[in-house]
Design a binder for this molecule. Structure first.
Ligand code: C2E
Ligand code: MG
Length: 620
């Protein structure tokens, strides 16, 4: 198989994005082309994803169809195993394979000798699996295995598009205006967008301006919404739509065209750099957390842009180009953010005033730290304290730290404010008086920007030095977005920090960007489980299972686990029963002022099943 052949197949798939190739057509094409370019005798694919009943099946030959059917009937086989585990499965010799006791003998009887299966998943959402069959035993080369997985990935992405297109088709068959609107967000759908594009082309012939189409695809949207409660996905899509609409110019058209894809049409641009600026604004706006009742999530977007003005503009062609550009970006930084620089942030009128007020806030004494105890799960003994930033704006009162951090990043003040937090937290630690004060560690949150900024490690080392603090008693809390942004750089900064001797905690584990693989890949000391899982304990069996899995893996790797947002006795009890090392939350103590903390530490005896609350400092 040559690179050209692979590239041909990829382009063929790309064409299915805007044409009406149905799901079955995409699958048929996939299996047909695979047997042409790969050293296999047959190929089959089954889409199992929930909601598809009966599942879609395609096969390149009658025998491949029989093998697919056999697995479906038996509920066993490599296809189901790949779907369930998300891992590719290689069975070079079915005769010596004992994982599929029901499937193997029957398949051997039917003439199968080897099978290689690749999961179809997009953004961590499992859809089914692709099976490559051979009638002679023997392995597939590493290159062939890689190619097959690439084809499975690309097919999965396009299948999602086809599914969304089917959904839109159903919606468009409803009479009236609703047919032109996306049912979840109320935004224009693909059909209305195509109409607007037609009109834009007509107008453009009469002017010297150009138009741009931006394809905005939410990275890992499916995986993120899978971790949160039912319906949150829809609420988040509405929030994304509103945020995008808020930063567009009057006259721009925003449409939702697939499950997690939005299209934006910007007309009347004097030159392409104006579209780049819009893309940068979108990218920055997406970097701010999204909050819907009970949940706050972070995700980034991949943005592809295509321009008119090349003579043969056709609406569908332009959308396809934008989609391909987006897909290229997604592939370049798989699982990571888009290629756009995060310099500009969304500028809503509301935030403008605040942004202007931020410079000098430290000097004017408007910033302060609140401190929240972290206690040992078993006996409630105080083990650490997390420093949380507070901003008392003279006229607006307290501003959420999430907003404050985003603004500080936008205004280029994050390094300065972050340094101030580190200094304050370590200075405060020197005032703790108790026989065990030396053992208490202080945790400081570090934003991804701050973590990646030049000289961050040196700053940490210098502050430890000037405050004569033991590095082992300081924990830096980072979120998974640090690793998603630039994993190589993150690794370097982490190892520099480990060299100094500070502890690293992975915060908000399970929300936004987080992956169990981070636990294996990076030298982490502590995992802080996101409070959404703790809130669901006792209500959602999956939360308990996920917490158990995180505890297992983290403990196996010698890490400590903290459960966040513990608000009830029952949550504390369940977490402790599961073996969670430490807890943090209102059940034990809310964030408090430094003086309340000092009093608390001074009065601490060894065992504190429950610490006193200081509601005045809950802040935020
Ligand atoms: P975080 O690191 O996850 O901090 C814990 C947040 O949960 C705090 O919100 C805390 O007040 C809140 N919390 C504690 N216990 C409970 C509970 O039982 N139930 C509920 N519902 N919430 C609880 P806060 O103080 O509003 O901080 C929000 C976020 O702002 C922090 O989340 C952190 O990501 C960020 N942040 C705060 N200070 C800093 C800072 O100095 N630097 C950076 N980069 N980020 C900061
Ligand atoms: Mg934290």
């Amino acid at each position: 198989m040559t690179r050209e052949q692979l590239s041909d197949v990829l382009s063929e798939f790309a064409r299915t994005v805007v044409t009406d190739v149905p799901i079955q057509g995409i699958l048929d094409h996939l299996v047909k082309r695979i047997v042409e370019i790969m050293p296999v005798s047959a190929a089959g694919v089954t889409l199992i994803a929930t909601g598809l009943d009966p599942p879609y099946v395609a096969a390149s030959s009658a025998s491949a169809l029989r093998y697919e059917q056999l697995q479906a009937d038996l509920g066993e086989g490599p296809c189901l195993a790949a779907y369930e585990t998300g891992e590719a499965i290689a069975v070079p010799n079915l005769r010596s394979e004992d994982r599929f006791p029901n499937f193997s003998p029957r398949a051997l009887d039917a003439g199968l000798a080897a099978v290689f299966t690749f999961p179809l998943h997009h953004d961590d959402r499992q859809q089914g699996a692709l099976d490559l069959y051979r009638d002679t035993p023997g392995p597939l080369s590493a290159e062939s295995m890689g190619t097959a997985q690439t084809l499975a990935d690309v097919a999965a992405a396009y299948l999602l598009n086809a599914q969304a297109r089917d959904d839109l088709q159903v919606a468009s068959e409803r009479p009236g205006a609703a047919a032109l609107r996306d049912a979840v967000t109320g935004l224009p759908n693909r059909i209305l967008m195509l109409e607007r594009l037609e009109q834009a082309f007509l107008r453009e012939h009469r002017s010297s301006t150009i138009s741009a189409v931006l394809f905005v695809d939410l990275n890992r949207f499916g995986a993120i919404t899978d971790t949160v409660r039912h319906r949150v996905g829809d609420e988040l899509l509405v929030a994304v739509g509103k945020r995008l609409a808020g930063i567009l110019r009057p006259g721009d058209t925003l449409a939702r065209v697939s499950e997690d894809g939005f299209l934006i049409l910007c007309e009347d641009l004097a030159d392409p750099s104006q579209a780049d600026a819009i893309a940068a604004r979108i990218d920055a706006a997406m970097a701010l957390p999204f909050a819907v009742p009970g949940v706050e999530v972070n995700f980034s977007a991949s943005i592809g842009i295509a321009f008119t003005g090349r003579g043969d503009d056709a609406p569908e062609q332009l959308i396809r180009e934008a989609n391909l550009a987006m897909y290229q970006i997604k592939r370049q930084c798989a699982g990571g953010p888009s290629v756009f620089d995060l310099r500009a942030l969304e500028r809503t009128a509301d935030q403008d005033g605040l942004e202007d007020a931020l410079p000098g806030a430290v000097e004017r004494g408007e910033l302060a730290l609140a401190f929240q105890p972290i206690v040992a799960g078993r006996d409630g003994r105080l083990t650490a304290v997390e420093a949380l930033l507070r901003w008392s704006h003279p006229s607006r009162g307290s501003v959420s730290p999430t907003v404050l951090i985003a603004l500080a990043e936008q205004a280029g003040l994050i390094t300065e404010i972050g340094r101030w937090v580190l200094e304050q937290a370590l200075s405060e630690r020197r005032h703790w008086r108790s026989p065990r004060a030396e053992e208490l560690s202080v945790s400081v949150n570090v934003s991804a920007h701050q973590f990646m900024s030049t000289g961050f490690t040196d700053t940490v080392a210098a502050i430890l030095d000037t405050t004569s603090a033991d590095p082992g008693c300081m924990t830096l809390e980072v979120t998974g977005s640090v690793f998603a942004r630039d994993s190589e750089r993150a690794r370097i900064v982490l190892s520099d920090l480990k060299e100094i001797g500070v502890m690293i905690a992975l915060d908000d584990f399970g929300s936004g960007y987080s992956s169990l693989s981070y636990l294996r890949q990076y030298p982490l000391d502590t995992i802080k489980i996101d409070q959404s899982f703790i809130a669901d304990l006792g209500r959602e069996a999956t939360s308990r299972t996920i917490i158990e899995a995180v505890l297992d893996l983290a403990h196996g790797l010698g890490m400590t686990v903290v459960g966040k947002g513990v608000e009830t006795r029952r949550q504390h009890h369940e977490l402790t029963e599961l073996g969670c090392d430490c807890c943090q939350g209102y059940y034990f103590a809310a964030p408090m002022s430094s003086s309340s903390l000092r009093t608390l530490i001074q009065s601490c005896t060894d065992i504190h099943p429950r610490l006193p609350l200081d509601p005045a400092a809950t802040g935020g």
